[in-house]
Write a protein that binds this ligand. Sequence first.
Ligand SMILES: Nc1nc2c(ncn2[C@@H]2O[C@H](COP(=O)(O)OP(=O)(O)OP(=O)(O)O)[C@@H](O)[C@H]2O)c(=O)[nH]1
Length: 479
Amino acid sequence: MAEDVALPPPKMALSREKVIEEARKAAEWKTGDGKKGLSLVIIGHVDAGKSTLMGRLTYELGQMEEKKRRENERESNKAGKGSFMWAWEMDALGEERDRGVTIDINQSTLNLPNTSLTILDAPGHRDFVPNMISGASQADAALLVVDATTGEFEAGFAGGGQSREHVLLVRSLGVGTIVVAVNKLDMVNYSQARYEEICSTLKPFLVQSGFSPSKTTFVPVAGMAGVNLVEKDTEGSDGLRKWWKGQTLIDALDSLQPPGRPIEAPLRFPISNVFKGGGTSTMASGIGVSGRLASGVVQVGEKLRILPGDETAIVRTIEFEDNSVPWAAAGSNVTLYLSNVDPVNLNIGSVLCPPSDVVPLASSFIAQVIVFDIQVPITSGTSVELFHHSRDTPASVSKLLATLDRNTGNVIKANPRVLTKNTSAKIQLTLRGGTLSAPSSKATSIPIETFASNKEMGRILLRRGGETIAAGIVLELCP
Ligand SMILES: Nc1nc2c(ncn2[C@@H]2O[C@H](COP(=O)(O)OP(=O)(O)OP(=O)(O)O)[C@@H](O)[C@H]2O)c(=O)[nH]1
């Protein structure tokens, strides 16, 4: 927890080189006693059973007490939603973690034999896609939950279903590993044919979306009954056991490998949440910012620059999974408690970085994008919402520079008039000031980098009228 602000700020205990060395050692988890750390975003169509699955998983892992389970059962029954008893746990966690600001995504930790798994539970509803973007931009891997019930899988996957959009989104945001839980198999009598039908529909789509088959795993489950989650042989698992000899969901999640982390690159910490935490004396004693280190390392006592703006802050404490830690490295989801800073300068979407190696600011840049399945083509001047980490900014497509071959990247046509669905293109984007609901004509600048200089800082998504229309990477910042 944050200390009193009257105390002098802490001093840095280690050199940057030493922190990098320690972070490297920690990343080689196999040789030490530590577990590998990995974050997982849960995606899928509304009502696919995501919360129920995660609630039941928590219970099966012994991380939800029996007393708590009974309490959830009572509460959900009282609310007339008995079938939501397992989902109750996820929602309760969300409330508990709500520290006075809008929480857009539930976060919790599952302790697996070899992995400390940070779970980012994204709401499946259409209106919540922007929140999902924020969750996915902090994740290493995705768990796609699909409902095997006849007709339901099809509804979630067809045009307009969230499964398809979520998959494209997470891949565009850099998530390269996916586990698919084919859920609610109890509804189809644990039919092997149904499971295989769903896998054979999803496989080609996942490959097309950019997931390599070696980083794609399918697992049949029934979340509510707890079938094939942690143990192979459980009550009700006979139907599945007849034909499924593969792994449980937990085995699949525990064997995920963390991607290589850009530990040595300069620190980039995009803020996904700002809150006034547990400090006691003044408000400023507990200004916390949470998010994921996109790159680099950070330690207690370090002075950081906040961009945009001219402000700096000092890291007073670092909280990782409810523990106070001396340093943190790329890939970790942490909360930094800051001092010597006015909270008005800390905003969702701002980026913390070393004062000696700041993130460039840009109001216009060239991007290479892939256009999704859109009805209305994109033209020069099209207004969009630009998503970059947790920030969304009004912007416009100021120039259509070229359409590109999706495989080779070669120019097909220079200066096209329109971009239609499923094309790849090079475009110029220009930010507009103000907010999404009240954009102003005054240009604004955001901290952003080219994909070539920092992958994590160089990915963008474009939305229009509540629909994701394109995703891509930043090629060049315009002066
Ligand atoms: N038969 C059956 N029903 C399930 C299973 N898992 C969930 N359900 C039911 O499906 C409904 C939706 O479950 P949730 O866990 O809330 O689904 P969700 O995907 O988290 O929903 P959103 O958060 O709204 O996207 C509830 O009525 C659950 O009881 C399952 O394994 N089998």
